[in-house]
Design a binder for this molecule. Structure first.
Ligand SMILES: C[S@@+](CC[C@H](N)C(=O)[O-])C[C@H]1O[C@@H](n2cnc3c(N)ncnc32)[C@H](O)[C@@H]1O
Length: 283
């Protein structure tokens, strides 16, 4: 392959996507990412899709350890050469989606490949035992809005937000990348919740209620949970939790979802609990 061709990458289906990668060229944005992720000398940090190392190197000045994962062998080998004398950087040439996550607490600072944003977030946020603490990630602005906004219509995003606070931090203009992408980007911050309304052990059971409750996001709360709570229970709950029983179920916030779930555990017989959805196979 010619030296002048743009860097390319394997996508999550194992084929090759020959589009150019949008590398960060703004030191201010790199600085902002590291600051928002609150990286300090005790932190082990993943840089997902490290490219030419725009984030990796400044990150290593703040963190205890940086593991940079890059699937493109040309980026990876350049980065290995560039960082061989820096003791706290490890470069892994690998597909992040197929790589094991750290077993001890870690953070993420990254400008990721947009084409696999949801699989990357799923890998970081889906499982109950993943020790992710904090992250600042550049994603397409549309995705950042979708992951952080109200109403909440997607049970998977709701589940992420029950245990992690997802915040839209700021828009990042195309001029901060080379080549500039056609769309706006954004910094999205993730912080593990210290006191989630629902204990982590109920992760799968909560997902069952979320999938059931959001099957038709425009249904009023009373109809959405009709098979779980009896009409008097719903009326009482709505009053105690200050919820309008006629509002669309998608208008419930994370805290109200948590309170409804805890009420279900306490007051509803297990036979009426929604079933835990079968895990989808991940390749
Ligand atoms: C948008 S570029 C960002 C590069 C660098 N972080 C920066 O900000 O300049 C995304 C990078 O992710 C890499 N990449 C794409 N798919 C990947 C995967 N599945 N696992 C690891 N890296 C991947 C690409 O090769 C590319 O270098």
């Amino acid at each position: 392959m010619s030296k002048n061709k743009p860097f390319t990458t394997a996508n999550n289906r194992g084929s090759t996507n020959f589009s150019a990668q949008h590398l960060l060229i703004s030191k201010n944005i790199v600085h902002d990412l590291i600051r928002h992720a609150k990286i300090g000398p005790g932190d082990m940090v993943l840089d997902i899709g490290a490219g030419a190392g725009a984030i990796t190197l400044p990150l290593a000045e703040k963190a205890a350890q940086v593991v940079a994962i890059e699937s493109d062998p040309r980026f990876a080998s350049k980065l290995i050469n560039k960082t061989e004398k820096i003791a706290n950087i490890k470069i892994r040439q690998a597909d992040f989606l197929q790589s094991p996550l750290p077993k001890s607490p870690f953070s993420v600072v990254a400008n990721i490949p947009y084409s696999i944003t949801t699989p990357i977030f799923g890998k970081l946020l889906d499982g109950p035992g993943i020790p992710l603490q904090r992250a600042a990630i550049i994603v397409e602005k549309g995705a950042a809005k979708r992951f952080t906004s109200h109403p909440i219509t997607d049970p998977r995003i709701l589940k992420w937000r029950m245990w992690f606070d997802l915040q839209f931090v700021r828009t990042v203009a195309p001029s901060n990348f080379s080549p500039p992408p056609k769309v706006d980007s954004a910094i999205l911050c993730i912080n593990r919740r210290k006191n989630p309304t629902v204990p982590l052990k109920y992760h799968a059971r909560f997902m069952a209620l979320a999938v059931y409750g959001l099957r038709s996001p425009r249904l009023p709360v009373s109809a959405a949970f009709a098979e779980v709570f009896s009409p008097p229970q719903i009326t009482k709950l709505a009053r105690t939790l200050s919820i309008d029983r006629n509002m669309p179920v998608s208008q419930l916030n994370e805290q109200q979802w948590g309170q409804l779930f805890m009420a279900m555990l306490q007051h509803v017989l297990p036979a009426r609990w929604p079933r835990i959805p079968k895990q989808k196979r991940r390749n």
